[in-house]
Design a protein around this ligand. Structure first.
Ligand SMILES: Cc1cc2nc3c(=O)[nH]c(=O)nc-3n(C[C@H](O)[C@H](O)[C@H](O)COP(=O)(O)OP(=O)(O)OC[C@H]3O[C@@H](n4cnc5c(N)ncnc54)[C@H](O)[C@@H]3O)c2cc1C
Length: 802
């Protein structure tokens, strides 16, 4: 074994193999893969090898497309067959609701350039003769689905990588990782130590153990997964064409041809985790004990819908473990605080996603940027709250729901409530309907007293609609109260704080006592955050952003921090908040503070006592109304809440939740992180150029931002009014213009004060000046849409500044 290498990739499953290949493809040739056994010795060897492009996250879907198209390339370089069978696939709908869901998948596929096509039942039966069409109401055909040979794919990646300079060390386990002061690694193996600049944890079933070598608890868990292979089926044996890949989501079944029979797998509802705390090192090329009873309900459905399989009988049953993250997406990227340690694990669909994961990680390691919008896969999306037990609860839930529809009005229940703020029980007593935001409970809306605080699960407007409407109207007409603890927060302090913020953020740093809104850009000039910078003193700043991205920001800040002088501390849980908003907000707050609020204009920030409570108050509100954000230490929140509610009674104060806030920000055309603002957009495209100080001499992304300004970028974020009837856009719907799907929706909803369905979305800049000719596809129906020149509410900003 070598004594030194640039990168050690730990794990020779499909994911480690892909990372190795992509490192060499992108130019790092001095790389070494270490595998404790033979290649494929984790989940990979017994995988069913199925692959498809469809994914709930369009950015992940793009990486799946990349993976499937990659097989030809690695076959050509390596000379090893991946055993690719592109059979095409059918997604079957057994219910009208599932059919609606398929329409949404079909619509999303349009702007992703996927060639999805609805077929009627006669055609579905012709394409897949084993099905009984009476059980289905619709079918969607995808020409790019099929299956591969897991062993072939893994070996093709590794062979292609070795041809390009990589080395491979098999039958050698990594037992310890020692971090040198310069950030490099001594990788201790059973056969000696190798010094490496970087290590990649692609340990699959053992990724948790390889994480623990550096004190990291990764939020992943393996689940047992079973499939059966049938005996020979005469119809399959006689068919000239290979059977299609099938997903029968209502039956919770997937299928493909295997030999002259069929392989049928299922994600059963009563899924069972495997090795919940640690994975034994002596687990080899082994299968788990079969449990036919557990999958019997799905088999019964399968035998009814595809009787030829039952007639043929079961030849073989497979039960093997593979890993999942709490949300089912891969867990990849660099780890905050552990230099040069990278993870590529939790990949539950290695044959659809492995190529994209390898490409992304290699880009990140070599170029310092993943090169694509991979927020949905970034390890930084999980915080400390994703503990072993929480992960266990969420992974089980996710596994059991693998084929179930996630409705936009649906809140999942496992692992909740986990984090609560001090006023949780008070909001509960006020009949709040709660949602879970990155582990934290927050009020979505308030159900009328005496009714059950439950939201109906639907693609359309739910039972919350009138109540959210009443909340919005109360805020716009008088004053409302909302908890805002779920925002992300940072304290930035120290003598170098101003200069540092000026370099990291694109806008100018505000003066003492003032607030500035600012995008944060990466070196490519793309949006990686949007912040409210509040300045308390010369060296004292309070930043408000997105809680979901707190880890992501922490990691970025750490990379950008100079050697001394600045402390950027994530303090999301140390400060909790309440906000009052609406034309009477000032009158209400004035009764509780000694400061003269008439002399506290829009975008001011200072410490104030609110009643008896020491607080930081900002004159700003995401509702677009005259409003205040009040930040306090958790121990004061109950008192502050009681004080505001009591004093607010005289002003007609009404509580409102996140759903009302969402519709109010849409009416104001305000974008938000992870929806309108993501690393695939530039500030000009996102309508944020007024918050970029292009004339500042030095800030990260300046040159790229100037280039975007000069070229005009490619896209524009636009606001639309829709003629929708009973369902609004939710995000990811195509935006049609003159009969072509040219853009996509980032968020949508109903604007209660405007009385219109509204949406925000991106279109090519060439058509962004048009107001007419637009349609937005909602559940298969193209709804006429008008592009708005100005926000529906308060276009001049008078109310907000008032
Ligand atoms: C029954 C079943 C059916 C499946 N069907 C499909 C399917 O149809 N389509 C699909 O896309 N996916 C499928 N999967 C999932 C797929 O198997 C996984 O996505 C994939 O195998 C994950 O690969 P990996 O490289 O991350 O992990 P693994 O395959 O677990 O590989 C990790 C490797 O790391 C090595 N390793 C770990 N620790 C060390 C160490 N300390 N030192 C050296 N080496 C180490 C291990 O020996 C192992 O070889 C299925 C899985 C199962 C169980």
């Amino acid at each position: 074994m070598k004594s030194h290498t640039k990168v050690v990739v730990i794990g020779g499953g499909v994911v480690g193999a892909s990372v190795l290949y992509h490192l060499t493809k992108l130019g790092w040739r001095d790389v070494l893969l270490i595998e404790r056994s033979e290649l494929t010795s984790g989940s990979t060897w017994h995988a069913a090898g199925g692959m498809h492009t469809i994914n709930g996250d369009p950015n992940v879907a793009k990486l799946q497309q990349y993976t499937i198209n990659l097989y030809k390339e690695i076959e050509e370089i390596s000379g090893v067959s991946c055993g690719v069978h592109i059979t095409g696939g059918l997604m079957l709908a057994g219910t009208a609701t599932r059919f609606d869901w398929l329409k949404m998948v079909h619509a999303r596929g349009r702007y992703l350039g996927m060639d999805l096509e609805f077929v009627d039942m006669a055609e579905a039966k012709r394409l897949f003769p084993l099905m009984e069409p009476q059980y289905f109401v619709g079918a969607l055909y995808d020409p790019i689905e099929g299956h591969v040979d897991p062993w072939g794919v893994t070996n093709a990646y590794v062979k292609a990588a070795t041809i390009q300079g990589a080395a491979v060390e098999k039958y050698n386990r990594v037992v310890e990782l020692l971090h040198r002061p310069d950030g490099t690694w001594d990788v201790v193996t059973e056969k000696g130590t190798v010094h490496a600049e970087h290590v990649v944890n692609a340990g699959g079933l053992w990724a948790r153990e390889v994480g623990r070598m550096v004190g990291l608890e990764l939020p992943i868990l393996a689940m047992e997964h079973q499939y059966i292979i049938s005996e020979e089926i005469p119809e399959v044996a006689a068919s000239e064409k290979e059977m299609l890949h099938i997903v029968d989501a209502d039956g919770e079944i997937y299928m493909r041809q295997e030999g002259k029979g069929m392989l049928l797998g299922t994600y059963e509802r009563a899924g069972v985790p495997w090795s919940e705390r640690e994975t034994p090192w002596n687990f080899g090329h082994e299968l788990l004990n079969n449990d036919i009873d557990r999958i019997a309900p799905s088999l019964e459905v399968g035998f009814q819908r595809y009787p030829a399989i039952e007639r043929a009988g079961i030849k073989k049953q497979i039960n093997g473990p593979f890993t999942f993250a709490p949300d089912g997406n891969p867990v990849i990227g660099p780890i905050r605080g552990i230099k040069n340690y990278w993870v590529a694990c939790g990949v539950m669909a290695g044959f659809s996603q492995g190529g994209g994961v390898g490409l992304t990680l290699a880009n990140w390691m070599i170029h310092g940027d993943p090169g694509a919008d991979i927020w949905g896969m970034d390890v930084a999306r999980f915080g400390d709250w994703a503990t072993l037990a929480y992960t266990n609860a969420k992974v089980r839930e996710n596994y059991s729901r693998r084929f179930r529809i996630r409705f936009p009005t649906e809140e999942l229940v496992a692992g909740r409530p986990l984090k609560t703020t001090p006023i949780y029980d008070k909001l509960k007593a006020d009949n709040a309907v709660f949602g879970d935001y990155w582990g934290l409970e927050h009020a979505l809306w308030f159900a009328p007293k005496g009714t059950e605080p439950v939201e109906t699960i639907t693609f359309k407007r739910s039972n919350a609609h009138p109540h959210v409407g009443a909340e919005v109207k109360a805020v716009r007409a008088g004053v409302g109260l909302i908890e805002i603890s779920s925002y992300g927060k940072f304290e930035v302090t120290g003598p170098g704080a101003e200069a540092w913020l000026s370099r990291v953020m694109a806008n100018r740093v505000p003066k003492i006592g003032r607030i500035a809104l600012t995008p944060m850009l990466n070196q490519r000039g793309k949006l990686i955050g949007d912040f409210t910078i509040c300045r308390l003193g010369a060296d004292e700043f309070f930043l408000v952003g997105t809680m979901a991205a707190e880890r992501f920001y922490q990691r970025w800040f750490e990379w950008q921090l100079p050697e001394s002088g600045v402390v950027a501390r994530a303090c999301g849980n140390d400060w909790v908040g309440l906000s009052v908003a609406g034309p009477r907000a000032r009158d209400l707050l004035q009764t509780l503070v000694r400061d003269d609020l008439a002399a506290f204009p829009f975008l001011s920030f200072r410490r104030m006592d609110v009643g008896m409570v020491p607080a930081m108050v900002g004159r700003i509100s995401f509702t677009g109304e005259l409003g205040y954000e009040i930040w306090v230490k958790p121990e004061y929140q109950r008192n502050l809440y009681d004080t505001l509610v009591k004093s607010g009674a005289a002003f007609g104060l009404r509580q409102f939740g996140a759903r009302a806030l969402h519709t109010m920000r849409l009416e104001k055309s305000f974008g938000t992180w992870a929806r309108e603002y993501r690393p695939i957009y530039g500030p000009l495209e996102a309508g944020l150029s007024r918050f970029v100080a292009y004339d500042k001499p030095d800030f990260i992304g300046r040159e790229a931002a100037l280039a975007e300004k000069a070229s005009g970028g490619k896209l524009r974020l636009c606001a639309f009014r829709l003629e929708a009837s009973d369902a609004d856009a939710i995000g990811d719907e195509p935006i049609w213009h003159d009969g072509k799907p040219l853009g996509w929706v980032t968020s949508g909803g109903y604007g209660h004060s405007a009385g219109n369905s509204v949406a925000l979305g991106y279109v090519p800049k060439e058509i962004a000046a048009a107001t007419t000719g637009f349609e937005i596809e909602i559940i298969g129906e193209r709804v006429p849409a008008t592009r708005l020149d100005a926000p529906l509410i308060d276009p001049s900003g008078e109310r907000m500044r008032g």
